[in-house]
Design a protein around this ligand. Structure first.
Ligand code: NAD
Length: 360
């Protein structure tokens, strides 16, 4: 039997439990420590999640003094930067929950520290593990669409607003853009090979979140619940991006890739108030093209899978660490969508188009 892999968990709130469940599926992994800033919370988590032998800490730096193969970072967005940088500098490999960071500067710093230290920084986008997402990638990258010049993506929930740390500007940094926008951006940009963004013109608002009729924590609601943006990229590509946590509409439409030889339409998965976004699986897919001079629509078969996508991302991180593979979803890639979200917020505040500048 191979050596047990030693994992630490930083932040012991809601999503940390999902990480624990996923690690428990792996036979050669043990969770040896948990840290949370709230005194005693990590200890309670260790007991509740039945992690015998794991040590609870009130400070993530104490946890990082241990000999660990990797850490899952499950803190609110505002603590992603400090915990990730400390973990990388302490020689640990990092699986960081999405979104990558609050600010672009933080994301850039995290990538630089990962490069300097040579430790792994992977970001937890579990939709990437849906086999249908892989089909979207394969179609776009196969060249079947010709030159892709326009992409429309994003999604809208009719009513699906979180509360707590997600609506605090200080803790979350951004609202719907960061929470669910990051998934649709990742789907589109990953298929396109993460092209370089140049400018963004955006609008955001929060008419639902700040209305007590629609949100029980309306007086504390400080982030955007709706956003729309036009992003220009190198090589004559534009992307229209729209996101909503709440709206008086059933859908914000499909994701579309328009190319000179074909178009790909990907519908959102599921029904109901919290559906309509790309935070899990994809729905119906169709390819539009001309065949023997005829306008043709080809349905793309959708794979119905029992895969638990969340468990898959944790497994892939663990195996990548064990096998010395590169980060499955590298921070150096995700920093690009962080730059777009940063641009959306700047453009919306300035009410004009802004440039996106990246040092890489
Ligand atoms: N991938 C997904 O499907 C998914 C789903 C939900 C949340 N998330 C992400 O996971 C992160 C956490 O979300 P959550 O719902 O678990 O939040 P949460 O508020 O339930 O839990 C966060 C925990 O981190 C602790 N914490 C804060 N700062 C810390 C620090 N410096 N060191 C150690 N602990 C610290 C808090 O005390 C809290 O217990 C967010 O970034 C969120 O976007 C991802």
């Amino acid at each position: 039997m191979s050596k047990m892999q030693r994992i630490g968990i930083i932040g012991s709130g809601g999503i940390a439990s999902a990480h624990v469940r996923a690690y428990k599926q792996l036979h050669d992994v043990e969770i040896v420590a948990v840290a949370d800033v709230i005194p005693g919370k990590a200890d309670q988590f260790v007991t509740r999640e039945q992690l015998p032998g794991a040590i609870g800490f009130d400070d993530h730096r104490r946890l990082l003094e241990l000999d660990l193969d990797g850490v899952s970072i499950c803190t609110p967005n505002a603590s992603h930067h400090v915990t990730t940088v400390d973990a990388l500098r302490a020689g640990k490999n990092v699986l960081l929950e999405k979104p990558m960071s609050v600010t672009l500067d933080e994301a850039i710093d995290m990538v630089q520290v990962a490069n300097e230290t040579g430790n792994m920084l992977t970001i937890g986008f579990q939709p990437r593990y849906d086999p249908n997402m892989k089909v979207v990638n394969e179609i776009v990258q196969s060249g079947k669409l010709g030159k892709v010049y326009y992409v429309e993506t994003g999604g809208g929930r009719r009513r699906g607003m979180p509360g707590g740390t997600f609506i605090s500007k200080q803790l979350a940094g951004a609202g719907a853009m960061a929470d669910i926008g990051c998934y649709s951006l990742d789907m589109a940009l990953n298929a396109l090979g993460y092209p370089k963004p140049l400018t963004v013109s955006a609008y955001t608002s929060n008419y639902f979140g700040t209305n007590p009729v629609h949100h029980p924590e309306a007086s504390k609601f400080e982030v955007e619940d709706f956003g729309v943006a036009l992003v220009r990229f190198e090589n004559d590509l534009v992307l229209q991006f729209k996101i909503s946590w709440a709206m008086h509409m059933d859908t914000l439409g499909s994701t579309m890739f328009l190319g000179t030889e074909g178009g790909l339409k990907v519908n959102p998965y599921g029904t109901g108030n919290w559906s309509g976004v790309w935070d899990g699986r994809v729905g119906e897919m169709k390819l539009f093209h001309d065949f023997m001079g005829k306008q043709t629509e080809t349905p793309i078969p959708v794979t119905n899978t029992d895969l638990n996508l969340f468990n898959e991302k944790v497994r892939d991180f663990s195996e990548a660490v064990r096998e010395g593979r590169p980060a499955p979803i590298p921070g150096s890639q995700i920093v690009i969508q962080q730059a777009i979200i940063d641009g959306v917020l700047r453009s919306s505040a300035a009410k004009r188009e802004v440039a996106i500048e990246l040092p890489f």
